[in-house]
Design a protein around this ligand. Structure first.
Ligand code: F0G
Length: 486
């Protein structure tokens, strides 16, 4: 962030654009048709119909010149690739861990960890679940216990570490089930589904003390560890002058094992599992050739392995670690100025709009976050993602599991969007907020059993005073106000 002479803080890009991708700017009519064809699920839209793709930061970050250069030098040997040894060196330097297993993406790491360590009847406590993590652990017959603090579900908050794990709930869980039922405690560095909220170092230390007392290992999902470290540096007393690299090392130093989706922060493909414990490595390594690929490429091209090695080091660069978080903070701040209800404080991954406060008359069962994501797309061509009840699957009896929070996530991939993009998105979302009474609900047309948010199809329904034709009516109102630009 840099302070302008008028006092306003703005994120300052410490990079320049070298390669570009031309963007389409579909009309509101085209956007309406596209979202209808996509079954009102933004996952099912095509790039040609999207202006700003804020679905995710996964695989969509811009790479650096050094990453691209490194990928040209890759060694594509099936076994023994030199590219792998560069990655293992980077893991040793950045995480201080001896053993590295590359995998094709984050959920592949979750699959291997689940197969190796999670058994039927196990309880896995975590600061918050992630969709794919939960799916893999549940498939193994385990139960996932999200034990974040109660504050985490308050979207309008000034709590700086809403990704903290609730220590009392952890002690209770261990007392109730017994430590032998708990294969490990999982901490997610910036809790994605809470709005990219970080945990504090103090909280992690306290979790570690409890874990040590009961001899329970700690696994950290380090997909966004650079962002979590950056927020610790900015928010936690005592870390102002510690380097991001040292904060990352201190976090990882408390884990028995870490894994990550490298797609989210340090490159465009891949993931890894790392540990300092030989016995853990020995349990997992044989699973890699079965499910991923040989131990030195893990199911991705060695070009990506090279890029991951460089990206991992860049992730701890003082600027790179915070560049997404700063732009997100600015984005959230501008939307708050317009009165739009947002998750505060701003976190990682993206700006999170609170659909429950945006359209309070649309009930959880009418999927307000899904409806709002569709409405934002119609009004702007900005593609966000539902992170609410649709993203929860039903329970074993088919009962709807209501999400505590209904969010639309507008992801901010690293070094991709400019200030003009952010200002455009703010303007159109602010317009939508003025017309929020026109947004209705959604219901499923086709509903898969697991991870339904990915490929489920929905249709509009009357809700909150809006008719079942709300998408068409919203498009009409938009055309009236933006006749020259619709
Ligand atoms: N862990 C976290 C914290 C994640 O955010 C993700 C993915 C994964 C694991 C799974 O990794 O996609 O490489 O298989 N998050 C993406 C998102 C999908 O859009 O938030 P993956």
């Amino acid at each position: 962030m840099i302070k302008l002479s008028n006092g306003r803080q703005i994120p300052l890009d410490m990079h320049k654009v070298k390669i570009i991708q031309r963007l389409p700017f579909p009309t509101v009519g085209q956007r309406l048709k596209a979202i209808e064809e996509a079954g009102f699920n933004t996952f099912l839209l095509r790039t040609r119909d999207i202006f700003l793709d804020m679905l995710t930061d996964s695989g969509t970050n811009a790479q650096s010149d050094h990453q691209l250069a490194a990928s040209m030098e890759s060694d594509d040997a099936y076994a023994g690739s030199e590219s792998f040894y560069k990655l293992a060196d980077a893991v040793r330097d950045v995480f201080g861990m001896e053993y590295t297993l590359p995998v094709h993406q984050g959920r592949a790491a979750e699959h291997i960890i689940a197969k190796a360590l999670v058994k039927p009847g196990h309880i896995v406590p975590m600061n918050q679940h992630f969709t794919t993590t939960k799916a893999h652990f549940v498939l193994q017959g385990a139960t996932v216990e999200e034990i974040c603090t109660d504050e985490a579900f308050k979207t309008d908050s000034s709590c700086l570490f809403k990704g903290n794990l609730d220590l009392d709930k952890l002690e209770n869980l261990i007392a109730t089930h017994g430590a032998d039922k708990i294969p490990f405690i999982r901490m997610e560095s910036t809790a994605n589904l809470l709005g990219g909220q970080p945990f504090s170092m103090a909280n992690l230390k306290a979790v570690k003390a409890i874990a040590d007392k009961h001899n329970i290992p700690i696994i950290i999902d380090t997909s966004l560890i650079g962002d979590n470290a950056y927020m610790i540096k900015k928010r936690e007393a005592g870390y102002e002058n510690t380097s991001i690299a040292d904060i990352v090392k201190e976090i990882v130093g408390m884990a028995d094992l870490v894994y990550m989706s490298a797609r989210k922060s340090c490159t465009s493909r891949g993931g890894l599992i790392a540990t300092g414990k030989k016995e853990l490595y020995k349990i997992m390594a044989p699973l890699i050739p079965v499910y991923e690929g040989f131990l030195t490429y893990g199911g991705i091209s060695t070009r990506e392995i090279e890029s991951m090695a460089v990206g991992l080091r860049e992730m701890t660069d003082e600027y790179t670690a915070g560049c997404a978080a700063d732009l997100i903070e600015y984005f959230v701040g501008r939307l708050l100025e317009k009165g739009v209800p947002m998750v505060t404080p701003a976190g990682g991954v993206g700006a999170h709009v609170d659909a429950s406060r945006f359209i309070p008359n649309v009930a959880h069962e009418q999927y307000p976050a899904g409806a709002l994501a569709a409405a934002i797309f119609i009004c702007s061509g900005v593609r966000g993602m539902e992170r609410g009840t649709i993203s929860m699957d039903r329970d074993v009896d088919g009962k709807e599991l209501i999400s505590e929070i209904e969010l639309v996530r507008l992801a901010v991939p690293r070094r991709v969007f400019t200030m003009s993009h952010i200002e455009y998105a703010v303007d159109r979302i602010a317009w939508l907020y003025e017309h929020r009474d026109m947004i209705g609900g959604l219901t499923f047309d086709y509903e898969p059993e697991m991870l339904r948010f990915f490929i489920g199809r929905l249709k509009p329904i009357a809700a909150g005073g809006a008719s079942e034709n709300w998408p068409q009516e919203l498009a009409q109102a938009f055309i009236k106000d933006f006749s020259d630009q619709a």
